[in-house]
Write a protein that binds this ligand. Structure first.
Ligand code: GDP
Ligand code: CO
Length: 395
């Protein structure tokens, strides 16, 4: 892969945020890992080395099997795949259909796939015993939601001994786009060799039909709003206006497992934006921190612009407003958010929602950092629950 080196960098405490980096060649060939003043060339072997240590988590809820299979086709073979499904188990056992289809697919490819159900009682037991029952509902099983599935996937990546963790949605129409994201994750880790690296993808374009011809849109409304407010937050602390954040709500992202285990997770659509806010809270040195050691650790956010168009299953535009509100809510309710920005966020809400806007934007459910989990207990519960009958593991 050939990628431009970052042109800009914002430093806030021990957090470094690099500006958006363009991809110049998806396959940069073999040979040495080298760079000049503008371009870094990461040879395929270096990318594969990272992928061998990478788990790709694929959250699934009621997606068509053909779509899920297409996503798996795009995930390079050195990666460990972790499918976390929350599809219904009755009256038709959709999960079982998924498992059968994936097992069959694994036979053809020899791919390493772990399939688990989010509501597996064995998993719920592991969370209780390890002291993280926040994730469970009244009936004692893991709550529904993509963020909750991501938490499960993160811990399973740890269980499988992986160093890197990437996320790819299961409703992507283009296997080639998935292949590209994973290469970019690997490239981000190869370019930033630290134990706290976060790679976030900004799609180059999203194809839409406008007046019966195809149009490649660049920014969705949701990303415009969350990027703008995150940039305002940075501007407040640096005193210099910035537009560095381009991936405020990037669903396609990857990070070191070490870092994933330190962050808080917001429920629902706010999870990605909250990761950004939480990195600032933890590593920005802006709040009175409880943990000085943490503040001194270097963390790098690397933003890469993908080349394939992004196209996923259309689920209607109804939830766009809710998505925007959720992203803005985590900024609004952060201890970092200055009064001026809170006012600006409420003006934004009022301009979109009119008369139905609340006095104050509602807070989003928050899960504490996974560092509070008793990891040894969790991992041995997983050994018990997942090595046998509840899931299919291939290594
Ligand atoms: P959007 O792309 O942000 O509009 O959201 P989607 O509805 O496409 O969801 C993103 C991904 O998360 C898709 O792959 C879904 O199948 C998956 N997903 C949605 N809800 C859940 C859930 O409750 N649990 C899990 N494990 N995955 C989910
Ligand atoms: Co989607």
């Amino acid at each position: 892969m050939r990628i431009e080196i970052p042109r800009e960098c914002e430093r806030i405490g021990s957090l470094q945020i690099y500006g958006l980096q363009k991809v110049y060649e998806l396959d940069g060939g073999e040979g040495p890992h080298e760079h000049d003043s503008v371009i870094e060339r990461i040879p395929s072997e270096v990318l594969y080395d990272r992928m061998r240590e990478m788990a790709i988590v694929v959250p699934v809820k009621n997606e068509r099997l053909k779509l899920i299979e297409g996503v798996l086709v795009g995930i390079p073979s050195p990666c460990q795949v972790i499918v976390v499904s929350n599809s219904p188990r009755g009256p038709v056992d959709r999960f079982n259909l998924e498992k059968e289809a994936l097992e069959n697919y694994a036979k053809f490819t020899g791919k390493k796939i772990l399939v688990v159900h989010q509501k597996d009682p064995g998993l719920a037991k592991a969370f209780v015993e390890a002291g993280y029952s926040e994730l469970l509902d009244e009936t004692g099983i893991v709550r529904s939601g993509k963020a909750e599935g991501m938490i499960v996937g993160t811990l399973l990546a740890k269980w499988l001994g992986k160093k890197y963790l990437g996320f790819v949605d299961s409703d992507n129409y283009f296997p080639g786009a998935v292949l590209e994201y994973v290469h970019e994750y690997a490239a981000g880790f190869a370019m930033n060799n630290t134990s706290n690296t976060f790679v976030r993808i900004s799609w180059h374009s999203k194809p839409k039909i406008m007046e019966s011809s195809i149009f490649f849109a660049k920014w969705g409304r949701s990303s415009v709003n969350s990027n703008m407010m995150l940039n305002r937050l940075l501007t407040h602390f640096s005193g210099f206006e910035t537009e560095i954040v381009k991936t405020g709500n990037a669903g396609e992202h990857a990070l070191t497992v070490d870092l994933a285990l330190k962050l808080e997770y917001a429920a629902g659509y706010a999870v990605e934006t909250h990761h950004f806010v939480n990195l600032l809270e933890k590593y920005g040195g802006l709040l009175a921190s409880e943990d000085d050691e943490e503040v001194s650790e270097k963390v790098t956010i690397c933003q890469i612009e993908s080349r394939n168009p992004h196209m996923h299953e259309s689920k209607g535009e109804d939830h766009v407003e809710d998505m925007i509100d959720a992203s803005l809510s985590v900024i609004y309710h952060s201890d970092l958010c200055p009064e001026l920005l809170r006012r600006e966020i409420m003006e934004n809400v009022r301009s979109r929602r009119g008369d139905e806007s609340p006095k104050e934007i509602a807070p989003v459910k928050m899960y504490p950092s996974l560092s509070k989990i008793d990891m040894d207990t969790f991992l041995s519960c997983c050994d018990e629950a997942l090595n046998f009958n509840l899931a299919s593991v291939r290594t």
